[in-house]
Design a protein around this ligand. Structure first.
Ligand code: UDX
Length: 459
């Protein structure tokens, strides 16, 4: 089927490439001309594992092309809107990019189009889109509007798109449902050439849920807010563990054994970041406020998360006393591993706080340093994790990239000024760190330098 994807961010680019991979003829547009030129020249504007490969494969097969929004509107029978919905100062999602695309579709498209919102939007955006298309349409445009929330995670977006747990569509006409079912058929049946695995393991068919548009829009916000709530919950418990001398890793492990709870998203740390959770929780709170519903629960989720930065910096202050003039080695800048995305990254908030207290920061991240340089020009960017540790009075692990987890602690012990490690993700091999003479400080009561009895109990 001829499909268009409007907006080439993390979601749009992955959607376009993967829809082409499963056999569709895709046109992807981008309004940022610099980014568009990169894509047209075969360069990647973002780091995302496997995405470059899928783009190359599908371009070679002549199933993926990049160009202007106007050309994208003319191309596709179905148009996926994947433009940004950043937060406004009051927490509302800024829908002006979506409105702009809707207006362009109304003005330029003719015949029938299925307009699909894939960007995360507040509930009732589909209804607004319908109204907007009806008011501004020219050329006898006929249309349906559908919601198709995207649940992919950065860092694993290609895998998540091609092998999802669920595909949700929100439609208000049988025709829209039929088209979307056709688009996703190869994914529902798990029948396509998989670019990720040479021998693709047998994947379960994803669940396919058809709802009305409003419900589909809510599913996305509710899912992200629920996951954010799990993270804040375990971070809240981590504070109690620190106060009473328990080990939050063990608590999370024990909780996660209950299938009703599940172990995912119970990793304590410096808090959630990225371009989804913080803004989606905020937007969900605003939607509830406007609808007269009490979402105090989510305000607490936000508050707990915001406090993680200060809580972590306080741990460092307790250890080093005065931060002014101290050299601190920072490992990780991205909001999570396997991405170069630094939007709302807790690492950056921590660094800003340390800088304001006069610390000297030397940082290393495998992918995010280029994006960080303009945001934080005052820190030293290092070529590897060992350079970042040289002469440091403490090493802070802020993003759990796999290369940090396999660091040579013997070598590190010869490089640092003082052997102190603050593990902001409880991700390092604590025993190994301690065995090499380091003092290890984790999150949630996880060891002050010796192995606690609880950590040695095998479950
Ligand atoms: C999230 C959702 O998972 C995805 O379904 C949606 O489409 C977009 O938003 P993403 O933002 O890419 O995806 O990353 P995710 O892996 O969910 O992590 C979000 C943040 O939570 C990161 O900062 C991560 O470090 C943090 N996190 C995650 C924790 O602190 N603890 C956890 O247990 C899990």
């Amino acid at each position: 089927m001829k499909l268009s994807v409007i907006g080439a961010g993390y979601v749009g680019l992955t959607t376009a490439a993967c829809l082409a991979q499963i056999g569709h003829d895709v046109f992807c547009s981008e309004s940022d001309l610099e980014k568009l030129a990169k894509l047209q020249n075969g360069e990647m504007p973002i780091f995302e594992p496997y995405l470059e490969l899928v783009i190359k494969l599908t371009q070679r097969a002549n199933r993926l092309r990049f160009g202007s929004t106007e050309d994208a509107i003319a191309w596709g029978e179905a148009l996926f809107i994947c433009v940004g919905t950043p937060p406004l100062p009051n927490g509302d999602a800024d829908l002006s990019a979506i409105e702009g695309v809707a207006r362009a579709i109304a003005k330029r498209a003719s015949g029938y189009r299925l307009v699909i919102e894939k960007s995360t939007v507040p509930v009732q955006t589909g209804a607004q889109l319908r109204r907007h298309l009806s008011v501004h349409r020219a050329n006898g445009l006929k249309y349906d509007v559908a919601s198709n929330p995207e649940f992919l995670r950065e860092g694993t977006s290609v895998e998540d798109f091609l092998h999802p747990d669920r595909v949700v569509i929100g439609v208000d006409s049988p025709r829209a449902a039929e088209i979307l079912r056709g688009i996703y058929a190869p994914i529902i049946q798990q029948q396509f050439t998989c670019p990720l695995h040479s021998q693709c393991p047998k994947h379960k068919s994803p669940l396919f849920l058809v709802t009305d548009t409003n419900s589909a829009e809510l599913i996305k916000h509710a899912s992200n807010s629920f996951l954010a709530m799990k993270i804040s919950f375990i971070n809240m418990v981590a504070n109690l563990c620190e106060a009473v001398g328990a080990d939050v890793n063990k608590v999370a492990q024990g909780m996660g054994m209950d299938p009703r709870i599940g172990s995912a998203f119970l990793n304590p740390g410096i808090g959630f970041g990225g371009f989804c959770f913080p803004k989606d929780v905020q937007a969900f709170i605003r939607i509830a406020e406007k609808s007269g519903c009490d979402f105090t629960l989510l305000k607490e989720v936000e508050r707990i998360n915001q406090h993680r930065v200060e809580h972590f910096v306080e741990k460092l202050r307790k250890e080093l006393w005065i931060l002014r003039g101290k050299r601190i080695g920072v490992w990780g800048l991205a909001f999570k591993p396997d991405t170069d995305d630094i939007r709302f990254a807790p690492a950056l908030a921590i660094i800003r706080q340390l800088l304001s207290e006069g610390a000297n920061i030397q940082a290393y991240d495998p992918q995010a340093m280029d994006k960080c340089r303009s945001e934080l020009p005052e820190i030293t960017y290092c070529s590897d994790l060992y350079r970042a540790a040289e002469g440091a009075e403490a090493i802070l692990l802020l993003t759990e990239w796999s290369e940090f987890l396999t660091a040579d602690w013997g070598r590190l012990s010869t490089l640092v000024e003082r052997p102190v490690v603050l593990d902001g993700r409880n991700a390092l091999r604590r025993e190994e760190v301690i065995a090499n003479g380091f003092q290890y400080l984790g999150i949630g009561g996880v060891s002050e330098g010796t192995l606690s009895a609880s950590s040695m109990v095998e479950v």
